[in-house]
Design a protein around this ligand. Structure first.
Ligand SMILES: [Fe+2]
Length: 154
């Protein structure tokens, strides 16, 4: 396990946590692909799946923030836009060469680099920003209860 959802990441005990668990599952899957020296096309496809799910999740989280009167919602939304841009740029700049074609040291370095990027990209956002939503979780419940699980439609 490279990435695993932990209790200290809990925000609402509901849809946000569930989305975060799924995002972290995709990130873990990505690390497994890289460590197994999977074709780079598969790695890039999984990165795009992460981008797609993150985009849907961020919009849901933003709607929940608005519904709960979270005062920092506009600034938080800006952070989400930046995360999307960062991941888009990361995907654009990804090498087309797979780990199988690299030396073992280069492949190890790519694995570490991928983990560093994903940690900064999402784990830092959850622990640094999303946890600030905890006091508003109760107010999110009415809207959250109308939301279906995203991962089923993903
Ligand atoms: Fe967020």
């Amino acid at each position: 396990m490279f990435f695993v959802w932990k209790e200290n990441m809990s925000v609402d005990g509901g849809v946000i946590d569930d989305d975060h668990r799924h995002l972290i599952d995709i990130m873990d899957g990505l690390m497994i692909l890289v460590s197994n020296k999977a074709p780079q096309g598969a790695v890039i496809a999984m990165m795009k799946a992460l981008l797609d799910f993150a985009d849907k999740h961020f919009r849901r989280e933003e709607a929940l923030q608005q519904a709960s009167g979270y005062p920092d919602a506009p600034a938080h939304m800006e952070k989400h836009r930046k995360l999307i841009l960062d991941l888009e740029n990361y995907i654009t700049n990804l090498s087309t060469i797979s780990c199988a074609e690299l030396t073992p040291e280069q492949c190890r370095e790519r694995l570490h680099e991928t983990k560093r990027f994903l940690t900064r990209w999402l784990i830092a956002h959850i622990l640094g920003e999303d946890v600030k939503l905890r006091p508003y979780a109760m107010k999110m419940t009415p809207l959250a209860s109308t939301m279906t699980q995203l991962r089923k439609s993903a």
